[in-house]
Design a binder for this molecule. Structure first.
Ligand SMILES: *Cc1c(COP(=O)(O)O)cnc(C)c1O
Length: 224
């Protein structure tokens, strides 16, 4: 299947409120161009320098979403153009992004990444930690970031009930945060969950953005 028919097929099953983030990490630029030519405008990358390089080679109207663990010293490479950072996993990172955004003269939309999977290796706040951080009010001083919602990754497993349980946990945390701190904020509306293998379940649980790589581009090359 071609990239363009994969995109058409996925979009045909997405409800209208769910956006597709085409996860293009490790894919060469011509594959991204193919997706662009098929109408795709949101791309997800997980390495700052790779994203910066691709940004320089592809059309200006692409929205670049950062979805990986972001090192502090790399924020500056993407701050001038990144459309959203899904993977804010500590309060300190959010503060660093705020400073980089100020230097770039921008406000950067961010999502708090929650650790919902049973695997130990994945980054993110525990749901309680995220709510405690929001309760601390520290983020309210940050003028150059905007918290727009939450992101998470479910455990890599065939057990659908486990995956559903994890997505529901993320959804509940999002709902509690919305109710307590963002009820009047229209921008706090994004729930980034669902990948190639589990996006139908994520949509059932209220996802607004699915991050899909393999099902769009095929398997990833080992390196560029
Ligand atoms: C790679 C990646 C994806 C996409 O994974 P696929 O299984 O290829 O769809 C989604 N989210 C994050 C954070 C990723 O790193």
């Amino acid at each position: 299947m071609s990239v363009s028919s994969n995109i058409q097929q996925i979009k045909s099953v997405l409800p209208p409120q769910v956006r597709l983030v085409a996860v293009s990490k490790f894919q060469p630029v011509d594959k991204l161009q193919e997706a662009y030519d098929a109408g795709q405008r949101i791309f997800g990358e997980n390495r700052a320098l790779e994203m910066r390089d691709k940004h320089g080679q592809l059309p200006e109207d692409i929205q670049w979403h950062f979805i990986g663990h972001l090192q502090r010293n790399k924020i500056k490479y993407i701050a001038p153009f990144v459309a959203m950072i899904h993977s804010v996993d500590t309060p300190e990172l959010l503060e660093d992004i705020d400073r980089a955004a100020e230097k770039a003269g921008r406000v950067i939309p961010c999502l708090l990444q929650l650790h919902i999977a049973s695997e130990v290796s994945k980054f993110g706040f525990n749901p309680e930690e995220a709510l405690e951080y929001l309760a601390s009010g520290r983020w309210q001083q940050l003028r150059h970031i905007r918290i727009c919602g939450m992101m998470g990754m479910a455990t890599f497993t065939d057990d659908q009930s486990q995956v559903l349980g994890e997505f529901r946990q993320l959804r509940e945390c999002f709902d509690r945060a919305k109710e307590r701190w963002f009820a009047a904020e229209e921008d706090f509306c994004e729930l980034s969950m669902g990948m190639s293998d589990d996006y139908p379940l994520a949509i059932q649980c209220g996802s607004t953005m699915v991050r899909i790589g393999t099902a769009v581009f095929g398997s990833r090359p080992v390196s560029l």
